[in-house]
Design a protein. Sequence first.
Length: 303
Amino acid sequence: MKLLTYLVGDTPRLGLLDEGDIVLDLTSAWRAGDAVGPAPASVGELIAGGETALRHVEALVPVTRALAQPALPADEVTWLAPIPRVGRNVFCVGRNYREHIIEGNLARGRDPDDFPKAIEFFTKPPSSVVGHRARVRRHAGVTGQLDYEVELGIVIGKGGADIQREHAMAHVFGYTIVNDVSARDLQSLHGQWFKGKSLDTSCPVGPVIVTRDEIADPGNLDLSMHVNGQLRQQANTSSMLFDVATIVAELSRGMTLEPGDIIATGTPSGVALGMKPPCWLQEGDRMVAEVAGIGRLENVVGA
């Protein structure tokens, strides 16, 4: 299933992106007083309901189609991030694609073959998260080096700590797209990535979360980034140094993962930092991040 959160008036709803780019209103279809609990108004609330809530939604889908429940064309929907207010910081993996590591090292005057020996983790705060078609602020008075990064996002469904790699996939609810918008000058200025990765609106997520069963192999997904129609990034997740199961297992060592946690898995080469000269994001630029099997996450840079 391709699940999303969207607005009807000022009210968030849980939706299903169905065939023909039609959004079905699963919140309205949810039966009042059902044993599984109140109707979820977002994908985050659905995940919090556990396996029982997910099975209920799966059963609702054919009924919703048959009854012609309220539906809208996807182009007419006001999208939110699938989990509009994440419970804690978005976890991110740095330097996870060989060619991106090389371009970053060269741009910073380092040895191009300086590869990480372990996974490099950092985070982005909840205030950075926005959804599909949301405006990404330029922050002109704060940064002069705003960059883009298309990434596959893991969404945790079952919490736990010290998860073994062979059991890691059972903890995954599904997958989404993350655009890890980054202020490169702030990263360099502060010597640690958090500030440069954490500006408001710097973490577009969406447009949907695709349940795990629909992605046969997260280690073989094409991903790309276009800026103003120009292809900037293009790769396959098979190029990641650390795969999904390894990332989940390593992050959980001594630290509890919780349902609804999002983990961005790193970006391939082609970022503005690696261009000569760098082509930083400017007001009016349109970013389209795409991952096969998930969709297209589109955002425009605003003031």
